[in-house]
Design a binder for this molecule. Structure first.
Ligand SMILES: Nc1ncnc2c1ncn2[C@@H]1O[C@H](COP(=O)(O)OP(=O)(O)OP(=O)(O)O)[C@@H](O)[C@H]1O
Ligand SMILES: [Mg+2]
Length: 417
């Protein structure tokens, strides 16, 4: 928060750098409480309690932050001396100590010109260096990982292999599946795996209100990738091209599709060695068939709602900084079959809300438990269901060339077909 006093700001940054440091976090909570920012103090105390559930000072702070009378436990300062910093603690020294840990508040990445008021400037697609997410961070989904490895990672790592298999590895890979199930996350992880540069573009960002500018943007994306090779271009939300519908409705879009086609075909030429394309969409059946021809986005990978191990990883991730107690992850994994990654994040949030409301109501702090989570899971409607309803029709009536065989197999296994 930009209007934080410097010490609170520094402590926040230090806490972010050392999330498990309970005394540090409690200092922050204490300061927030003294600054009349009880809500934020509650949040910090809650995290501290997760790391040190029995900590008396943390519990006391939590109660005070929630407006309960101070417990007669450790050194609760008398009201008269409360506003002054407690004696015996060397604030100056703390500030000095924290100064080392504090990284710059902003990374020095230039802000991309929006282009709206300057249609001539379509430069600066940010190329990211390898990120920190790895395939190992993607829980479960072993078959997706295996296919990613065979179809993409192995040849990318190994130029010899690439030569050996030559043509069969041309073109890009299209990830598809219901929303919120990890397509974008997996693409990031793949980038993290590679020493390659990663150029992630939402197709929506490429599209520009100025006629002709979208084509230029698309071309720029690939030019940038060629300069940075080896480079992975990730086209997220490919469906934004709305190719099938737009053929009649909006011919401007047609030109962008054509531009993408010529860039993809360019990938076969020697000049494009080292440029690899990944794309993602929720609605592969809306993607122009021309984009799906051999040598273009001809191979597909279906990304389904997370399996058991994936759900466990996602749940653990979202609970990592929340005050939990004796959570039976196994039970929870069973109860959340069919929920997407985004749904699971919602479950964790809803459970935290239940526990917090309950704590406020009863005046007794309690941790998030299995019952909160199971109740939240029960109330969460699987957001992928509507997707499967449309996918079912496609699988039944439009599985041309076996493109949706994976989907058909899954639907059959789940008795949805
Ligand atoms: N296997 C997994 N392991 C760990 N986290 C996952 C996994 N799958 C999904 N997630 C989490 O679920 C969230 C949603 O995933 P993501 O945004 O990648 O979905 P998506 O398929 O791209 O959705 P959309 O179609 O809406 O773009 C991510 O923030 C990610 O943290
Ligand atoms: Mg996505």
């Amino acid at each position: 928060m930009s209007d934080d006093p410097p010490l609170i700001q520094s402590l926040r940054t230090a806490v972010a750098a050392a999330p498990a440091d309970v005394p540090l976090r409690l200092h922050l909570a204490q300061l927030l409480l003294e600054a009349d920012r009880a809500d934020e103090a509650v949040a910090e105390a809650a995290v501290a309690l997760q790391h040190a559930p029995g900590d008396a000072l943390a519990r006391d702070l939590m109660l005070r932050a929630m407006g309960a009378p101070p417990a007669p436990v450790p050194p609760a300062p008398s009201p008269a001396e409360r506003p002054r910093p407690r004696t015996g603690f060397d604030w100056k020294a703390a500030e000095d100590q924290v100064a080392d840990v504090v990284p710059p508040r902003f990374a020095e990445t230039p802000v991309r010109a929006d282009g709206q008021d300057d249609p001539g400037d379509a430069e600066a697609w940010d190329v990211e260096g390898p990120g920190t997410v790895r395939l190992a961070d993607v829980g479960g989904m072993q078959d997706v990982k295996d296919r990613m490895e065979a179809a993409f990672l192995a040849p990318l790592r190994n130029p010899e292999l690439r030569k050996l298999y030559g043509k069969s590895l041309r073109g890009g890979l299209l990830l598809y599946g219901p929303p919120g199930c990890g397509k974008t996350f997996i693409a990031r992880a793949v980038a993290g795996e590679l020493g390659a540069a990663f150029l992630s573009v939402s197709v929506n960002d490429v599209l520009d209100m100025w006629i002709g500018n979208s084509e230029r943007n698309m071309h720029e994306v690939f030019e940038t990738a060629r300069r940075q090779a080896p480079c992975v271009v990730f086209l997220d939300e490919l469906d934004a091209l709305g190719a099938k519908r737009s053929r009649t409705a909006h011919s401007g879009m047609r030109n962008v599709v054509n531009q993408l086609l010529s860039e993809l075909d360019g990938i076969e030429s020697a000049a494009n060695e080292g440029v690899f394309v990944l794309a993602a969409t929720n609605v592969p059946w809306d993607v122009d068939n021309a984009l799906r021809r051999p040598g273009r986005l001809d191979r597909t990978i279906l990304v389904l709602p997370p399996d058991g191990p994936a759900r466990e990883a996602i749940l653990r991730y979202h609970l990592r900084e929340r005050p939990i107690e004796n959570v039976d992850v196994g039970k929870l994994v069973k109860a959340t079959d069919g929920l997407s990654g985004a749904d699971l994040a919602h479950v964790c949030e809803a459970a935290a809300e239940r526990a917090l409301l309950d704590s406020v109501r009863t005046g007794t702090v309690r941790m998030i438990n299995t019952r909160d989570l199971l109740a939240a899971a029960k109330e969460t409607v699987p957001s992928a269901e509507p997707w499967f309803a449309s996918a079912r029709n496609v699988a039944m009536f439009a599985n041309e060339g076996g493109m949706y065989d994976d989907l058909v197999a899954y639907l059959k296994k789940r008795r949805k077909l």
